[in-house]
Ligand binder design. Sequence first.
Ligand code: BDR
Ligand code: CA
Length: 305
Amino acid sequence: MERVILDVDTGLDDAVALLLAAGLEEIQIEGIIATNGNVEVAKTLENTLNIAEVASLTCPVFKGADKPFSREPIAAGDFHGESGLDGPVFAPRMRQQVQSENGIDALIRMLNENPGQISVVSVGPLTDLALAIQKQQDILSLAKQVVIMGGSFSGGNVTSEAEFNTYGDPEAAQIVFSSKANLVLFPLDCTHQVTLSPEQLAGYGKINRECAKVFTACMKTYAEKYSNHGKGWPQLHDPQCIAYLIDPEKVTTRYERVQVVTEQGPTYGKTIASATEEKDGVHVAYGIDSAWFWTLVDRALSVLP
Ligand code: BDR
Ligand code: CA
């Protein structure tokens, strides 16, 4: 059983990551932290609670940071809609509500209580993780592994150089990437290998289950937004981190030192990889078995409510 804490900025592909984690029996979600990112934290929290409710999750949901470590917030409403999760319509929540404990404190507490036992998955800006390090320097080393979606080594998706999650909080990303924890990074170089197709969308649209309907509604909006931006069919970035927990052998990685440009200028937020023989690197994913990835989505959607 893979025990996991998820840190999300719930937009459309984050929602799929949550559904995948909820629907795969190998994963036990210990807690979810909603952070500022795709949209402001009030909205990512609302979206996270709604997905947790529809997936019948009983794990605690926490509120994370409401702004980046030091930069001004940016948002990605262009790709996820005004709410961050445009598309699905949710019934009033009966079970899920936010915990009173702050998400950063909850992360620190859970990792200290379970050293080496829990994986952390972060699929938004890395603010919460950096704030946790600021409070307790070795905290991420207490995680079994920290699996992150972010960065790019072949051009960005917000600026020509930077990917959204690292651009959203470059200072936080730099702190996390140099933390010497057991880090795994899914940059755009890998996540661009999993693209939704029109045939798949039509197929998922035929499944008469609540979560499959939410998935389909999210993916319809996501496809529309990508198309409006002239970007073709959309990539499933965040859920690849969840897939990795199930079978890391399906992902090819290289161990590299990763640094983030934190100087203001045209390369702000860019990730740079270099060779390292020290224990100061990150397992960077460069390839994933896309057909296998989709079998996990199929499996999760066939068992979720
Ligand atoms: C990342 O940016 C966000 O908009 C997505 O949810 C994903 O985490 C991809 O660059
Ligand atoms: Ca995200």
